[in-house]
Design a protein. Structure first.
Length: 555
């Protein structure tokens, strides 16, 4: 029979940011037998490990699930790609390596929404536990965690110009947006260590794989959660053409992403009974919130011609790329060792907004995320968009087949306020580029283009050209057990079932202000303690900086 019905203490589905953390923490003391299932394969190879090659793995079907949204009405019917990592390390192996915890107030909002014990004072100790910060603010940052967080060398003069332009426009400077004060302009942090992408696989999984009590199965597709009455007993998965049943004596933990976690729940009969029936799935447990509350960040790339030959566009030729690649392979240094996002900004869109709702990723080159369509000559760009959009979407099954892609609908820009905020982003950004710091560098605005001045013209550009920032979350919302829209309780246990936990970005009730990798790692750290029945880490009493004039002033 082989391992037809092996039993483990814990089965984790998904070896991504959160799953890798949980696999590490659950196997630490040697007492628990853990099975980690990953549909993708190995993350070994230069395309993943070399930071500046970040646009390659994201566009390789080897490493990406290859999801696409439904045609989005708010984007003139465009379908947006929704990459998710299909590889050891999950999306942390294919992401842009940008490290943002989120604003303190995001987590306070989670608590207000029913996620008791997840306010900033509760999650800060977990952020500190997961990281080793190089150059961060003392007292606010971790010094001995597995995840190395570093800063770029700001060799390119455009980085400093961007930070200085923010200051000239009247915004604060922040020495550490992951510390006391997120609001302002400053250096951006990255999950890169000694020139390599420091994914959750490198930080957490490699050390854990040396332990005898962890078993990692790759190319294993979770097909079904096994439910007996109201108790979850295990997972049925498919590997090399075989279907394998494994049992979990303590918990099954879904850490499969904001798309795959709800999808697996749904094909297993857990979700909105009405939607399940219409997809031909027999409902096992009615939980209407599964797959709802889908959130994301949208952004546009504002591109400007650069009058001096300093931008990355110089290095996009094959010879340059070859030299950069060689320098990286030999010495793990040079332009190959950065993700090129070394400067950033977090600002508020208007007076009366308590904490930043606009984020800037600055790039000293003009290029699309997929590495195509670089302009001729030199340029620079900023990725910008509103961070707390009101629009919500959903993920729904089409059929009982676990391999069929679900319906992914974000309903981008369906709330009029979202477009108003987006237009504000464009106007505020133009003002930053007009500051004296950019005078030596700034040529024509390439995108949206100086001809787009009216609200209508800008809105048209946004609908046709905005892209996802690849931050899908919220589809298994954490909340109070009596909240009909919640899927998991504040310990991340699926409401109404025993033995099933969800721990990834799908549990976020509200999208955090920033990129999702850091809060996903934090979720893994915190949920590990819940799974092990440990006392949570003592709450912190530090007070984050809030702009004293937020009620009356935009900056």
């Amino acid at each position: 029979m082989g391992h037809m019905t092996d039993t483990y203490d814990f089965i984790i589905v998904g070896a991504g940011s959160s799953g890798s953390v949980i696999a590490n923490r659950l196997t630490e003391d040697g007492r628990h037998k853990v099975l980690l299932l990953e549909y993708g394969g190995s993350d070994v190879g230069p395309f993943i490990q070399m930071p500046s090659a970040l646009s390659y793995p994201m566009n390789m079907s080897t490493y990406d699930w290859g999801f696409t949204s439904e045609p989005e009405a708010g984007l003139n019917g465009r379908r947006l790609v929704t990459p998710r990592g299909k590889v050891v390390g999950g999306s942390s192996s294919i992401n842009g390596m940008v490290y943002v915890r989120g604003h303190a107030r995001d987590f306070d909002a989670w608590e207000d929404m029913g996620a008791t014990g997840w306010a900033y004072r509760h999650v800060l100790p977990y952020f500190k536990r997961l990281e080793t910060s190089h150059g961060g603010q003392e007292g606010w940052r971790g010094a001995s965690g597995p995840m190395h967080v570093t800063r770029g060398r700001l060799h390119n003069p455009l980085y400093k110009a961007f930070i200085e332009a923010g200051r000239q426009a009247g915004y604060p400077f922040t020495c550490d947006y992951n510390g006391q004060k997120q609001e302002g302009f400053g250096e951006m942090e990255m999950t890169i260590w000694r020139g390599r992408r420091w994914s959750a696989a490198n930080a957490y999984l490699r050390p854990a794989q040396k332990r005898r009590n962890l078993r990692l199965e790759t190319r294993a597709l979770a097909r079904r959660i096994l439910v007996d009455g109201k108790r979850v007993t295990g997972i049925e998965y498919q590997q090399n053409g075989h279907t394998v049943t494994t049992l979990a004596s303590k918990q099954v933990v879904l850490a499969a992403s904001a798309i795959n976690s709800p999808r697996l729940l749904q094909v297993s009969g857990i979700g909105n009974a009405e939607h399940l029936k219409s997809a031909g799935i027999e409902p096992v447990h009615h939980l209407p919130g599964v797959g709802e509350n889908l959130q994301d960040h949208l952004e546009i790339y504002m591109q400007v011609e650069c009058l001096q030959p300093v931008s990355l566009n110089r290095h996009l030729g094959l010879i340059s790329k070859g030299m950069i690649g060689l320098q990286w392979l030999l010495f793990k240094s040079g332009l190959g060792a950065t993700n090129h996002f070394e400067a950033c900004g977090f600002i508020r869109s208007k007076a009366g907004v308590e904490y930043p709702d606009i984020q800037y990723h600055f790039l000293p080159g003009a290029i699309r995320y997929d590495g195509k369509a670089a302009i001729r000559g030199d340029g620079f760009q900023v990725h910008v968009g509103p961070n707390r959009m009101k629009s919500r979407g959903h993920i729904r099954p089409r059929s009982p087949d676990p391999q069929e892609t679900p319906e992914i609908r974000f309903n981008y820009l369906s709330e009029p306020e979202d477009m108003t905020d987006f237009i504000t982003c464009v106007r505020l950004t133009r003002e930053i580029f007009e500051q004296p710091a950019f005078t030596p560098f700034k040529g024509h605005e390439l995108q949206p283009g100086a001809d787009k001045q009216s609200d209508n013209d800008i809105a048209g550009f946004i609908r046709n050209h905005c892209e996802s920032a690849y931050h899908p979350c919220g589809t298994c919302k954490m909340g109070a057990t009596h909240d009909r829209t919640a899927v998991v309780d504040p310990q991340c246990r699926v409401i109404g079932l025993e033995g099933l936990t969800v721990a990834d970005s799908s549990i976020f009730p509200l999208i955090p202000n920033g990129n999702l990798n850091a809060p996903s790692l934090m979720t893994g750290e915190k949920v590990s303690d819940h799974l092990l029945g440990k006392e949570p880490l003592p709450a912190s009493n530090v007070k984050p900086w809030i702009n004293p004039n937020w009620q009356t002033s935009q900056r």
